[in-house]
Design a protein around this ligand. Structure first.
Ligand code: DGT
Ligand code: CA
Ligand code: CA
Ligand code: ZN
Length: 577
C-alpha cells in the first residue's frame, strides 16, 4: 500500500492534469502541483494531521487543505470527481502518452474531437493535425514516438531504444577495473526489430565490482535482483537488463549460449550430442570424460561442432546451420558496403533540414551517391509543385562537385494512389534520376485491391523502387493486406527494387518478407528515408534487417558502383518509352 502522503500526492497531481485539460487557470494548476510535491515529500503522515496542521505544509492553502481532509475522511473528493466526469476518459488516456502534454491533449480534443489514442493516431495518419498550431513535423514525430513507447511499455521495445541503453551500459561497465570483456548478447546482438530484455555479458575474475557498478548505472531505476553471477535491473521506462559475469576462459561459450536464439542453441546442442559432446554456457565438453574441448571463443566452439562461425543476425534456426554445414552461408551485406542512400527528404517537404545540410551529412558518411527524394504533389499537405521540384534540381546541379566524390541524384517519392497511379505525367517523371513510389493512404483496402494497386505501381516504367512496401509501423500499424508473393514476382519481372526502409519504427520489409522476396530474385534498396541529417545513420538498422533476411551485397542496389546503378535505373525508364 502506498503511504497516505503518496495517495494524496497522486490525487492532487491528477487534479492538476485535469485542470490543465479543462483550461481552468494555469495558476490553480500550478498551485495543485506544488502542493502535491510538498505533501509527497512531507515527513509526517498526513492522515495524522488536522486541517490546521495541513495548512502549515508549504503550498497548502485552505481550499487544498479542505480537499485533503475530505479525502482522508471519505476516500474521495467531490471537486475532483466532477472534473473527472466532465472530461472523456479517452482524453485523460492521452495524458499517458509520455511526449504529449495536457495543453496539446486539450487542443486535440477541442479542435479535432480526438478523445483516444487510436483517434489520435488516425488524426496523425490522415494529417488532420497538420493545420494545428504547435503540431509541426517535430512535434508529430514526438507524439508518434510517445505512443510507440506507451504501446510497447507493456511488452517489447524498439531496437534503437534498447540498443542505446545497451551500448551505454556496455561502455560504462567496460571501464570498471578488472573487466576483461563486456558485450551485448541476446536479441540485441541478433538485432531483432524489437527487444524483450537486454542481456549483457562481462568477463572478470571477481564479479563483485561489475555487479556493483551495474546497479549504480545512471539509467537504473530499480535493482530487481542481485547475485554473484547474475544481476537484473530495470530502467524508469520499464526496460529490463540482465548482467552475467563469467570467467574469461568460457567467454565464447557464454556469448554463444546467451546470444541465442534459443532455437539456434537447441540445434547446436543436437549436433553436440551426435558428436558425443555436451554443450553448455560454460563450454563444449566431452560427454564421457567431461574434458573441456572448446569455450574461449565462439569460433572455437563452432569449429569443434564442425561449423564455421555463424553471424548473430542469422541465428534464428531458419536453415543457417544446414547452410553452414554445406559451407553455403551467405556473405552478408554490411553497412560499409553501402555506397549511397536512395530515399531522403529535405525541408522542401516534410524533412526538417535544408538541402545543403542533408547533402553535407551524406558526404560525411563517405557516400559515392545520394538521392534527394522529396514528396510529390499528391501528398497534398507537402505542397510540392513542378516549379519547386525543378528549382531543387537546379540547386542540386549547382552543388555538384562541391562534396568530393559524392554524386547527387535528383529523385522524388511518388504517392501510390488507391488505383496504383502516381503523381505527374510520364514526361516529367522521365526527367528524375530516380523515382521511389510509396503508399501513404488507403491502408484499409482489401487484399485484391491492395495487391492490384502495388502491381500497377511495379509495372509503371518510371517507378524504380517501392518505398516501405507494407507500410507497417512497429507498435502502431500493421502492414496492409497484400499478396506479397505476387508483388515480389512482379518486382523481379519488371526490375523494380523493393525498399528495406531503415527507420527503426518501420523496418519495412521485415526479415521474413526479405527472405521470401529473395527467392523471387528481387533486388533491394536499403534506404534511410531520412527526414533529418542524423536519420542517415538509421541504415544501421536496415542493414541488420537485410542481414536477418540473408541478403548479400550484390542483391542490394545501393552497394553497386554508380555506373551499374545508373544502368539499372535507365533500363527501367526505357521499358515504357
Ligand atoms: P528477447 O529478450 O525476448 O528479445 O529475446 P532473447 O533472445 O534475448 O531471449 P532471452 O533474453 O530470454 O534469453 C537470452 C538468450 O539466452 C536466448 O537468446 C538464448 C539463451 N536462453 C535463454 N533461455 C534458454 C533456454 O531455456 N534454453 C536455451 N538453449 N537457451 C536459452
Ligand atoms: Ca533478451
Ligand atoms: Ca534475458
Ligand atoms: Zn519518404
Amino acid at each position: 500500500m502506498a503511504r497516505p502522503n503518496e495517495e494524496v500526492e497522486a490525487l492532487l497531481r491528477e487534479y492538476a492534469d485535469l485542470l490543465s485539460i479543462t483550461g481552468d487557470g494555469a495558476f490553480k494548476q500550478r498551485a495543485y502541483e506544488r502542493a502535491a510535491r510538498a505533501i509527497g515529500g512531507h515527513p509526517t503522515d498526513v492522515a495524522t494531521l488536522d486541517t490546521k496542521a495541513l495548512r502549515e505544509i508549504p503550498g497548502v492553502g485552505r481550499s487544498i487543505a479542505d480537499k485533503v481532509a475530505e479525502y482522508l475522511r471519505t476516500g474521495r473528493v467531490a471537486a475532483v470527481e466532477e472534473t473527472r466526469a466532465s472530461i472523456p476518459s479517452g482524453v485523460r488516456a492521452l495524458l499517458d502518452i509520455p511526449t504529449l502534454g495536457p495543453k496539446k491533449a486539450m487542443t486535440l480534443y477541442r479542435e479535432l474531437g480526438v478523445s483516444s489514442v487510436d483517434e489520435l493516431m488516425a488524426a496523425l495518419r490522415d494529417d488532420r493535425v497538420a493545420g494545428l498550431r504547435g503540431f509541426g513535423p517535430k512535434a508529430r514525430e514526438n507524439i508518434e514516438h510517445g505512443v510507440a513507447v506507451l504501446r510497447q511499455s507493456g511488452g517489447r521495445i524498439r531496437l534503437d531504444v534498447a540498443l542505446g541503453v545497451a551500448e551505454e551500459a556496455v561502455a560504462r561497465l567496460s571501464e570498471v577495473p578488472g573487466c576483461e570483456r563486456c558485450a551485448c548478447a541476446g536479441s540485441v546482438r541478433r538485432m531483432r526489430e524489437t527487444i524483450g530484455d537486454i542481456d549483457v555479458l562481462a568477463a572478470a575474475d571477481d564479479p563483485e565490482p561489475l555487479m556493483a557498478a551495474f546497479c549504480e548505472l545512471p539509467l537504473v531505476d530499480e535493482v530487481v535482483s542481485r547475485g554473484r553471477k547474475k544481476t537484473t535491473v530495470r530502467t524508469a521506462e520499464g526496460l529490463q537488463l540482465d548482467l552475467r559475469v563469467l570467467a574469461a576462459d568460457s567467454w565464447g561459450a557464454g556469448m554463444l549460449y546467451f546470444t541465442g536464439s534459443k532455437a539456434h542453441n537447441i540445434r547446436l546442442r543436437e549436433i553436440a550430442v551426435r558428436k558425443k559432446l555436451k554443450l553448455s554456457e560454460y563450454g563444449l565438453f566431452d560427454a564421457k570424460t567431461g574434458r573441456k574441448r572448446a569455450a574461449r571463443t565462439e569460433e572455437q566452439v563452432y569449429r569443434r561442432l564442425g561449423l564455421p562461425w555463424i553471424p548473430p543476425t542469422l541465428r534464428e534456426d531458419r536453415g543457417e546451420i544446414a547452410a553452414a554445414q554445406r559451407h553455403e552461408l551467405p556473405t552478408l551485406v554490411t553497412e560499409r558496403d553501402l555506397r549511397g542512400d536512395l530515399h531522403s527528404h529535405t525541408d522542401l517537404t516534410d524533412g526538417v533540414a535544408p538541402l545543403t545540410e542533408m547533402v553535407a551529412a551524406a558526404a560525411a558518411r563517405g557516400y559515392h551517391y545520394y538521392a534527394v527524394t522529396d514528396h510529390a504533389p499528391e501528398l497534398r499537405m507537402q505542397r510540392m509543385t513542378r516549379e519547386k521540384a525543378l528549382a531543387q534540381r537546379a540547386r542540386l546541379r549547382e552543388m555538384a562537385g562541391r562534396f568530393g566524390r559524392l554524386k547527387l541524384l535528383h529523385g522524388t517519392e511518388l504517392n501510390i494512389d488507391e488505383h496504383g497511379e502516381v503523381d505527374w505525367p510520364a514526361e516529367f517523371l522521365a526527367e528524375f534520376d530516380l523515382c521511389v513510389a510509396s503508399i501513404h493512404s488507403h491502408f484499409e483496402l482489401d487484399r485484391d485491391a491492395q495487391t492490384r494497386r502495388l502491381l500497377r505501381a511495379c509495372e509503371n516504367p518510371y517507378v524504380h523502387v517501392i518505398g516501405h512496401p507494407t507500410t507497417r509501423k512497429l507498435g502502431r500499424r500493421t502492414g496492409i493486406d497484400i499478396d506479397l508473393d505476387a508483388v515480389f514476382a512482379a518486382c523481379a519481372r519488371t526490375g523494380t527494387a523493393l525498399e528495406i526502409n531503415s527507420h527503426p519504427n518501420r523496418l519495412d520489409l521485415d526479415d521474413e518478407q526479405i527472405l521470401r522476396a529473395r527467392t523471387h530474385g528481387v533486388r533491394f534498396a536499403i534506404d534511410s528515408d531520412a527526414h533529418a541529417p542524423t536519420h542517415l545513420d538509421h541504415v544501421r538498422f536496415g542493414v541488420a534487417q537485410a542481414q536477418r533476411g540473408w541478403l548479400t551485397k550484390d542483391e542490394v542496389i545501393n552497394t553497386w558502383p554508380l555506373t551499374r546503378l545508373r544502368r539499372f535505373l535507365d533500363q527501367r525508364g526505357k521499358r515504357g518509352s
